[in-house]
Design a protein around this ligand. Structure first.
Ligand code: 6PG
Length: 245
């Protein structure tokens, strides 16, 4: 494991400027990947934080993106139908994918409405077929929970110990709904060229401080601290989330 005392962090005054900064970086990554490899493989995160980023990308605020060369995947999904208000796919569809000319077969949805084991195995097969080797996404977008989870890798989750598979079922902690999830694993996330965390809000300041002041120590407690992509690791923080740094 590479010893990283402090990953690269970019600070923004508020959530809106963070979303704008993220849109610019996603656009840059897309253009670089298309120039280098003829395609941009992007894993989207769910939850609330990335919604504004997706809207800005849909408005072209990340600069020109050749959507015909973009493939989108998901870092995790709740086990609900795609039209459910809790669906990460549904959120990305309404904020971004329904507004850009991305070919339908470039939208690699997790079929989270199916039986979790079958859905995870099917997504794994799709990922392996698409990437065809050890390396994976050009860019993975990730969020952070106040408990240090990311994607649907929660503290204590069995999925954290998976050494090989790229997609697994997982369960959220008691009281967090929807409980049943699908998630990419650390091998999948860490095979990425770049991982970018988007974190806003004071409720995450404590875990952000723990992780960014000593990533290796934090890795024992927080799944997010175990994300060490093959390439670049970047944390985008607003002032409220960074107040303990
Ligand atoms: C999910 C996400 C999850 C999310 C964090 C932060 O499916 O909910 O993948 O990992 O990124 O819980 O969520 P917020 O952005 O809503 O704070």
């Amino acid at each position: 494991m590479v010893h990283l005392m402090r990953p690269e962090a970019a600070l923004f005054p508020d959530a809106e400027s963070l979303a704008m900064g993220a849109a610019e970086r996603v656009g840059e990554a897309a253009r670089a990947a298309v120039d280098a490899r003829g395609r941009f493989a992007l894993a989207l995160s769910g939850g609330r934080t990335p919604q504004r980023l997706y809207q800005l990308l849909a408005e072209g605020r990340g600069g020109p993106v050749d959507w015909s060369k973009v493939h989108v995947f998901w870092g995790d999904e709740r086990c609900v139908p795609p039209d459910d208000p809790d669906s990460n796919y549904g959120m990305a569809w309404w904020t971004l994918l329904d507004h850009v000319p991305i070919p339908p077969d470039h939208v690699h949805r997790m079929r989270a409405e199916d039986a979790p084991d079958r859905a995870a195995a099917s997504y794994e097969a799709d990922l392996r077929a698409f990437f065809g080797g050890p390396s994976a996404f050009d860019l993975v977008l990730l969020g952070l929970g106040p408990d240090g989870h990311t994607a649907s890798l929660f503290p204590g989750s069995e999925a954290l110990n998976e050494p090989f598979r790229w997609a697994l079922p997982s369960r959220a902690p008691e009281g967090v709904e929807p409980a049943q999830r699908l998630t990419l694993t650390l091998p999948a996330l860490n095979a990425a060229m770049q991982a970018m965390f988007l974190v806003t809000g004071a409720e995450k300041a404590s875990v952000v401080t723990d992780i960014l002041t000593d990533l290796d120590s934090a890795a024992a407690r927080y799944p997010a601290a175990r994300v060490r992509p093959a390439g670049r690791l970047l944390w985008l923080l607003d002032e409220a989330a960074a107040k303990g740094l």
